[in-house]
Design a protein around this ligand. Structure first.
Ligand code: ACO
Length: 436
């Protein structure tokens, strides 16, 4: 850690001595107060449930300015990456710190492509699940199970192990997601095909079958590639922090990423696109555009427990830049498939328009997030709703692994061990059973 840029003084109203703490400036973004010596000097902890004011680490990967609605991967704006680069270049950028030149891109893509097959025995592991299991339950198991299949890359302290584990995870996630899907619908697994792009290969493994040739639609391929780019990393969100915390114990990368998959499943995080599409379908079933006003009243009623899914974000207090790009992709995909009049798309446009003009949303700075449109795109491509979060996990894997590797390489890294404000019973003695 660099030397302090300036200092902050903490004083107490009970006459305890005050304490000086170093303050550091990042390259951009808010300064941080270094409280590491607080407990040693005062015997006190800080209290910050949900980490509203806590930087858990230093990181040089992703930067978000929530007020501006800006997202940068290694300094590059998401808008430029989504329109000028593909997912393989984005993966290289996140993992190694810079965009590849043409030769490096070819080498990296080749490396990923030649690791897309999974151990044949993984099929039998997968076959142990019920066919109706939720794909995220299956994926949590399969990703965790990778550590049993790839023993030669489980030492997190070995940079070569970390490197090959990263490539294996990025390469094999599409294969595993597609296998989970095929298993659920009772179709044969499709082996990866190495002459296709990352997104094209995934489309074929999902929607191809062994009886006929699968022709990749370039519009859908580009849309999927963009979904992957937009979801590739997002700073210290819940699942990334989970991966870091899990990995901080020295566990293997597959186990740490499996923890991230499990965290992502929740409806407040990666599960939001699934929840968002379910919400749109429910409104449509109950009367569509005519019911939008009624639904919005429920959303604004605190006692209803109803939220407008795909709206709001812990960090973005402005339009999520990914939502704009996803809206553009949404229009392209619907036009390509002749679905311009898709009722759910129309419904989402109506909901967005009302919400952006409504005081409730304006005052709370609630804007559409990436999930608001990604569900419609995925549904149009033919991806079932319960697989949406799996697609998100596939795309976020590179971010998780880049963040995990950054943490392990950080000389200040320690096992994560938060403290608590204890509110339970103080010491007491166990009474005999007949007196309880
Ligand atoms: N619909 C209606 N009201 C909302 C919504 C919403 N989607 N989101 C926030 N609010 C309201 C809250 O009720 C609260 O109102 P109050 O101040 O009157 O009590 C206020 O806005 C602030 O909300 P918090 O929940 O405190 O904000 P927080 O930062 O904790 O939550 C979250 C962010 C979880 C994303 C929230 O906005 C939400 O639940 N959104 C819907 C789910 C969603 O789309 N998640 C995707 C996140 S993006 C991603 O993971 C890729």
């Amino acid at each position: 850690m660099k030397l302090a840029d300036y200092k902050a003084t903490l004083s107490f109203s009970n006459n305890s001595p005050s304490m000086e703490m170093p303050v550091y400036q990042g390259s951009v973004g808010p300064d941080v107060i270094d409280i590491r010596k607080l407990y040693g000097q005062t015997g006190m902890f800080t209290y910050d449930p949900g980490f509203l004011s806590t930087a858990s680490c230093q990181s040089a990967i992703t930067y978000i300015d929530g007020d501006k609605g800006e997202l940068l991967y290694r300094g590059y704006p998401i808008e430029q990456l989504a329109t000028q680069c593909d997912f393989m270049e984005t993966c290289h950028l996140l993992l190694y710190g810079d965009l590849p030149n043409a030769q490096k891109k070819t080498e990296f893509t080749r490396l990923v492509t030649t690791h897309t097959m999974v151990h044949e025995q993984m099929q039998f592991f997968l076959r142990g699940f019920r066919r109706d299991a939720h794909p995220m339950a299956v994926l949590t198991g399969l990703v965790g199970g990778m550590s049993a299949f790839y023993h030669d890359s489980t030492d997190i302290t070995n940079p070569q192990h970390r490197e090959i584990a990263a490539i294996r995870l990025i390469a094999k996630l599409p294969t595993l997601v597609a296998m989970a899907y095929k298993y659920g619908i009772g179709q044969p697994f499709m082996y990866p095909q190495n002459n296709l792009s990352y997104a094209g290969n995934f489309l074929r493994m999902m929607f191809g079958n062994p009886c006929e040739e699968y022709v990749v639609n370039p519009v859908l391929e580009r849309a999927l590639d963009r979904i992957f780019i937009l979801h590739a990393d997002h700073e210290q969100n819940a699942s990334t922090s989970t991966v870091r915390l899990c990995g901080s114990s020295g566990t293997n990368p597959f186990a740490a990423i499996a923890a991230g998959v499990a965290c992502l499943w929740g409806p407040a995080h990666g599960g939001a696109n699934e929840a968002c599409l379910n919400m749109l379908e429910e409104i449509q079933a109950s009367g569509g555009l005519n019911k939008v006003g009624e639904f919005m009243n429920q959303v604004k009623d605190k006692n209803s427990g109803v939220r407008l899914m795909g709206f709001g974000h812990r960090v973005y207090k402005n339009y999520d830049p990914r939502a704009k790009l996803m809206q553009e992709t949404c229009k392209e995909v619907l036009a390509e498939l002749g679905l311009e009049n898709d009722p759910l798309f129309k419904l989402s446009m109506a909901l967005e328009k009302i919400a952006l003009e409504d005081d409730y949303f304006v005052q709370r700075k609630l804007y559409p997030n990436v999930d608001f449109y990604s569900g419609i795109v995925q549904r149009a491509i033919g991806i079932p709703v319960n697989l949406f979060t799996g697609i998100f996990a596939l795309a976020r894997t590179v971010g998780w692994i880049a963040q995990l590797n950054e943490m392990i390489g950080d000389p200040e890294y320690k096992i994560g061990r938060p403290r608590q404000l204890f509110t339970g019973s103080a010491r007491r003695d166990v009474p005999p059973i007949n007196q309880r």
